[in-house]
Design a protein around this ligand. Structure first.
Ligand code: PEP
Length: 247
């Protein structure tokens, strides 16, 4: 089953977020065989969770968690708290966190372990920068992030993981990797996962993220190694997001 996840980032007020949720819930009645995940800001979790809890194929996610289980970390949120508010997934390693909050591969890997130990499925994000692609270093960059991320997990842990290839140059820029560029990278991702997990690698969903829109979603999602998408900007407009889900 394809997976389409929305990343609302730090957008929307309470009333806007709930209106968007209601519109998505309504649209889900005509969606077949797509798992849809809404990654909402922390304060939205309880109310959005309440609205979607009985909707088939609609799931709740957070956009980050702390790497410790609990303690004196003012302003932070733990994986256990997220689970207790009904979250099933958590985005980890998004490039905005790697760059703006200087999150290192090791921290992201520990966050994945803590998330899984507390009943959450990580959506592990990775992808090369524009400079890395220009210099032809994108294959190596992606292999490195995967090697220090999901490939460090056990087989049992990795069964819970979704990975999302998000070339940094395509995020929020309006530039999308072509379907061919994305597919060839997804094949590479699959082979890096295969080197560690063998046949199990074929069961790990690989999403594409980076300026997915209603106009390019169908072509991207028709590629054999693209198992769905992680959607930022276009997930804030119900009509666009639902068009992507239906693609
Ligand atoms: C994202 O931030 O995960 C993302 C894919 O954003 P956008 O769709 O806006 O490029």
């Amino acid at each position: 089953m394809k997976i389409v996840a929305a990343n609302w980032k730090m957008n929307l007020t309470r009333s806007e977020g709930l209106a968007l949720t209601d519109a998505i819930v309504k649209g889900m009645s005509s969606v077949k065989d797509v798992k849809v995940i809404l990654a909402v800001p922390y304060p939205f979790l309880a109310e959005v969770g309440e609205r979607i809890k009985d909707v088939r194929n609609l799931h709740l996610a957070a956009q980050n968690c702390h790497h410790e289980e609990s303690g004196a970390f003012t302003g932070e949120v733990s994986a256990k708290m997220l689970r207790s508010f009904g979250a099933e997934y958590v985005i980890l390693g998004h490039s905005e966190r790697r760059v703006q909050f200087v999150e290192k591969c090791r921290t992201i890997r520990v966050k994945m372990e803590v998330a899984i130990a507390n009943g959450l499925s990580p959506i592990f994000c990775f992808g090369e920068s524009e400079e890395q692609r220009m210099k032809g270093n994108h294959w190596k960059a992606v292999k490195g992030q995967l090697s220090l991320g999901p490939n460090m997990l056990t087989e049992d842990e990795v069964r819970k993981v979704i990975v999302a290839y998000e070339p940094v140059w395509a995020i929020g820029s309006g530039l999308t990797a072509t379907a061919d560029q994305a597919e060839e990278m997804h094949k590479h991702v699959r082979s890096v996962l295969y080197s560690r997990f063998r046949e199990l690698a074929n069961e790990i969903p690989i999403l594409y993220g980076g300026s997915v829109k209603p106009s390019n979603a169908a072509e991207l999602f028709s590629q054999p190694d693209i198992n769905g998408g992680l959607i930022g900007g276009a997930s804030l407009v119900a009509e666009d997001f639902l068009a992507i889900v239906k693609a």
